[in-house]
Structures are given as structure tokens and as C-alpha cells.
Write a protein of this length. Structure first.
Length: 120
């Protein structure tokens, strides 16, 4: 199966076009080598996908016939992404909540509640 189709089938990207765009941008590697969208994926290979600030690492187990449900994804790949990568994502979201422009005034009630939700 092609890498762009496989990434779409195991729900890493919402559309196949987004998967192809990420591959063309150099955000996808197989066994630490950059790939093209038409490259075939084989069981046992390690795929690294950069999505925003995190770097997802997956091991291919099999090829789905088509896009699969979220519960069936573990049958086709193993997620080897370290917990520290997911922690980066959480920290980025937290920074977004805490960042306020200088001179923007007091936080609104809604903004205060968001901060309380993170720390409370």
C-alpha cells in the first residue's frame, strides 16, 4: 500500500491530500529516510511523522483494505511515540491559554475559567 494512503487509512491525516502534502513537505520518513507519496509500506517498517510540535513514531503491522475505524487502528500499527512528545503538545496548549498580549487588560471571565480548568 502507498504511504499516503496508509497514513490516511490509519487516521493520522483527515484526507489523503493532507497526507500527500505532508509527505511532499518532508514531514514523513520511513526508517529515517525521506519518502515520496507513492512509496509502498511494508510490515516492520518504522514511520516518523512530524505533526506540529510532536514527532509521531509508528511501526507498521499490516495494510488495511481501506480507511479503518479508530478502534481498529492498533491492528495495523503500533504507536512508539514517547510520552515526552505528547507532553510537548500539552505544554503548547497550556502556553496558548496563559499567553496574553501586554496591555490587553484583565482576563475575561471565560479566559479566567480556562486557566482555572488547567490548574484547578
Amino acid at each position: 500500500m502507498r504511504i499516503d494512503k496508509w497514513l490516511w487509512a490509519v487516521r493520522l491525516f483527515k484526507t489523503r491530500a493532507l497526507a500527500t502534502a505532508a509527505i511532499n513537505a518532508g514531514s514523513v520518513e520511513i526508517n529515517d529516510l525521506p519518502v515520496k507519496p507513492a512509496r509502498d509500506v511494508h510490515p516492520g517498517e518504522t514511520i516518523i511523522v512530524r505533526q506540529g510540535v510532536i514527532r509521531r513514531t509508528l511501526r507498521v503491522i499490516g495494510d488495511p483494505a481501506s480507511r479503518v475505524g479508530a478502534k481498529l487502528v492498533p491492528q495495523y500499527c503500533t504507536d512508539l511515540t514517547p510520552e515526552s512528545e505528547f507532553e510537548k503538545l500539552r505544554e503548547q496548549r497550556l502556553q496558548h491559554v496563559l499567553d496574553r498580549e501586554k496591555g490587553s487588560g484583565r482576563p475575561t471571565k471565560r479566559e479566567r475559567r480556562e486557566v482555572d480548568r488547567w490548574f484547578g
